[in-house]
Design a binder for this molecule. Structure first.
Ligand SMILES: [Fe+2]
Ligand SMILES: [Fe+2]
Length: 299
């Protein structure tokens, strides 16, 4: 029994869930809640309200739940996450391990995360028209820098092969693969271009991440022109940390709509006047662009 008297199975965690078939699925992707210094409870509460009204088919939270991985911070974010509808997939970010407590960072970095949020097993969610695979990419030795472990990459390849050919394959991680000009951030994956190519070659269509505190939707080759295989990379900004970044410097989350032949990603922005989230720009991707014609891609 966890410390707030709720059974552990009510705590959000990566999980294997198979739901009834539907021709369309909506996934709410939010990130970088950062309970602690400069946490703003107002947008966090609005996000919970939005999610409870929308009831998406899944919610994905791409890490940095806390500011300094303290127990009091985890308790508070856990109470918030428990109010979100399920299924809920959560992974840790680099702020969910201690920064200054070096012995704990090296020898028990995920102790508080595992105690209050979830275990660290890779999580999968099969929604029929799309499927999600979530993995912990935090490296305690380097704190910020993203790290794809070889065993996780292999597990992902097996997972992808096990899915129906026309299922949208979505991978959930914390750090980013490349910087945008208005928001240079440390933490990019070790061998980022190689990792992204390997994901694309495994048949992954979309990677969701956080960490950069700025929403953005890109094709992989917009970062790496030499990348032949098509893959989409979508970042969710911070939903509730005053440490917003980039030109817009605003709270954000993303809403995905997966249909059989299309994938739409819509950015939702905080409106400082109405003090609520509003739909912003969106990008649409056709399934056809991921299909190969002869030796070349259709995109
Ligand atoms: Fe963050
Ligand atoms: Fe981060």
């Amino acid at each position: 029994m966890a410390s707030n008297d709720l059974p552990r199975e009510l705590v959000c965690r990566p999980q294997t869930v198979f739901l009834e078939q539907a021709s369309q699925r909506r996934i709410l992707h939010c990130s970088d809640i950062h309970v602690g210094r400069r946490f703003d409870p107002e947008p966090a509460e609005k996000l919970v309200e939005f999610a409870r009204n929308l009831r998406p088919d899944a919610i994905v939270v791409t890490g940095d739940l806390t500011m300094r991985a303290r127990r009091s911070q985890f308790r508070r974010v856990r109470a918030m996450l428990q109010r979100l509808p399920h299924p809920l997939i959560v992974i840790p970010g680099n702020h969910d391990i201690p920064l200054y407590n070096l012995p704990m960072r090296l020898f028990a970095p995920f102790r508080n995360y595992a105690r209050y949020i979830a275990d660290l097993d890779d999580g999968t969610l099969d929604l029929g028209v799309c499927a999600v695979w979530a993995v912990n990419t935090v490296c305690p030795y380097m704190h910020q820098k993203g790290w794809f472990r070889e065993e996780d990459m292999r597990a992902l390849e097996i997972w992808s092969q096990s899915l129906a050919p026309d299922t949208w394959r979505i991978v959930v991680v914390h750090q980013h693969f490349a910087n945008t000009p208005d928001n240079p951030r440390p933490g990019i994956y070790f061998r980022a271009a190689y990792c992204l190519r390997r994901l694309a070659q495994a048949g992954v269509h979309l990677v969701l991440h956080g960490h950069v505190h700025q929403s953005g939707v890109f094709l992989g080759r917009e970062f790496f022109p030499q990348l032949e295989e098509p893959i989409v990379v979508a970042a969710a900004g911070t939903v509730s940390s005053g440490r917003t970044r980039g030109n817009d410097r605003i709270y954000q989350f993303n809403l995905l709509t997966c249909s059989r032949n299309t994938l739409e990603i819509e950015v939702w922005n905080w409106n400082t006047q109405s003090r609520t989230f509003e739909a912003g720009p969106k990008r649409l991707f056709e399934k056809e662009m991921f299909m190969k014609r002869g030796s070349s891609w259709r995109s």
